[in-house]
Design a protein around this ligand. Sequence first.
Ligand SMILES: Cc1ncc(C[n+]2csc(CCOP(=O)(O)OP(=O)(O)O)c2C)c(N)n1
Length: 590
Amino acid sequence: MARMRAVDAAVLILEKEGATQTFGLPGAAINPFYSAMRQHGGIKHVLARHVEAASHMAEGYTRATHGNIGVCVGTSGPAGTDMVTGLYSASADSIPILCITGQAPVAKLHKEDFQAVDITAIAKPVTKWAVTVLEPGQVPGVFQKAFQVMREGRPGPVLIDLPIDVQLSEIEFDPDTYEPLPAHLPAATRKQAEKALTMMTGAQRPLIVAGGGVINADAAELLVELAEVTGVPVVPTLMGWGAIPDDHPLMAGMVGLQTAHRYGNATMLASDFVLGIGNRWANRHTGGVGTYTRGRTFVHIDIEPTQIGRVFAPDFGIVSDARAALEQLVGVAHAWRAEGRLPDRTTWAGACAERKRTLLRRTNFDNVPVKPQRVYQEMNTAFGPDTRYVSTIGLSQIQAAQMLHVYKPRHWINAGQAGPLGWTVPATLGVATAAPDATVVALSGDYDFQFLIEELAVGAQFNIPYIHVVVNNSYLGLIRQSQRGFDMDYCVQLSFDNVNSPEVGGYGVDHVKVVEGLGCKAIRVFDPDSLLPAFEQAKKLIVEHRVPVVVEAFLKRVTNVSMGTELDNVVEFEPLAEAPDDAPTAAAVG
Ligand SMILES: Cc1ncc(C[n+]2csc(CCOP(=O)(O)OP(=O)(O)O)c2C)c(N)n1
């Protein structure tokens, strides 16, 4: 046994749990924790410029790794409240992050002490567990339980709030005998797998919908195996994108109102059975539940029991971790194929593949200012299958999902449900910290980019290289397009005449100057033929300078992006690609 400050025990437990990367910034109430990180040396720290950013960095970090949990750290009061958006984003997308806050001394909590806020109460709805530790002796147990809670069942964030006197109190703690607690994951039974596959084999036009649960469970290979053994095409959700490579013959396209392929929606509407796994029937995926479910039978597999039936009642529900369920399903499918009990799906899979070959959106536009479709076409050419894309919300996210290609799990990292503007820069810094050898490419509209732009200094300081593509339409594009009948276009343009930078032509902020001022590199692109050379140059610059490199494309100011309110009424603003040259990169290649 060893006697140490409770905060030293906390840091040693982080190490034992493998959570060795923190993002944050200090303040009086959390300074003991910083001293413990310094003393023990096993924990790395990246200094954010805004505490909200630290929480998004932690999320990006977790999402790029296989099981390592990102940690964000801040002081009492406003630091905790700043991180609430990050907790919401992580909880909405089922991502574990650990948020550690400092707090006023226990005896002062009810005295309106300086920066004493009830962060536990504030964080409760957006965490799996939020706790203010009042007894120093509980610190080891609280940290131990936090990791168990984050890992078991539906993953999600935990907040631990540490009053400064609790951090400083001495306790007995033996790091040598510390063991992480087991994390229970429910598992499908053979009988359940047999019933699901009986329903699937009885259908004529079945699909598998694969959600983020498949990615979280690191079960993409099993998913592809199930598709291949049964011959059933797969629709990844926005959170599941990458679980099956875009160029796999059984990748049927994404489905939804916005972040979807034309061929994906057409295939969903033609189907008669859906096995959803690790997904939650998000409304941007389903649209109206009536259109989505009509004429279809559903099996829903999810790790969280209360998710089954939340959006609509499936015909059969299974509570299971995605990996455990896929293991059972693959086992049964192999056995049944050997016995000749699986139907031949060639005709149905062929029809899905034909839609994927023919229902392509046009991307090859030569317009100046640039049409956004062309940006994604050139990104497909410049960035290979190992690229990790990061994005949050806006027309850029929507068109990226419609037009980019993703080939691997954890290579499309997107704030799918909460979509907080400002997420992209810090989350990408987290991703690039976790995967320092990967080509990491972020994508933002100009507003998302401006939200937490100061974080680029973190990339410059800590040498976290990545490429940030900014599609600048000088407007809140998505909001303009989704006015939904409200005449809300009131003082919401981002454009203005910048007296210091006439060269940005009324687009407002001179991003190049800002980016360079923060210690990063930037390239400005006005015409479509300069996009590819700019991306190629950016690839060289990140190697040469080891800092974020921004490529800013000046877009046509008003663009319309395909979207709708139901799966069968998505509005297309351009004709289909008719010749291969209309959309040269639309068909995915390996
Ligand atoms: C914190 C926050 N506030 C508001 C919104 C609502 N919102 C979603 S997209 C958007 C506009 C985004 O503009 P930009 O980043 O320039 O992307 P564009 O849609 O123009 O491509 C807004 C205001 C949000 N998602 N997050």
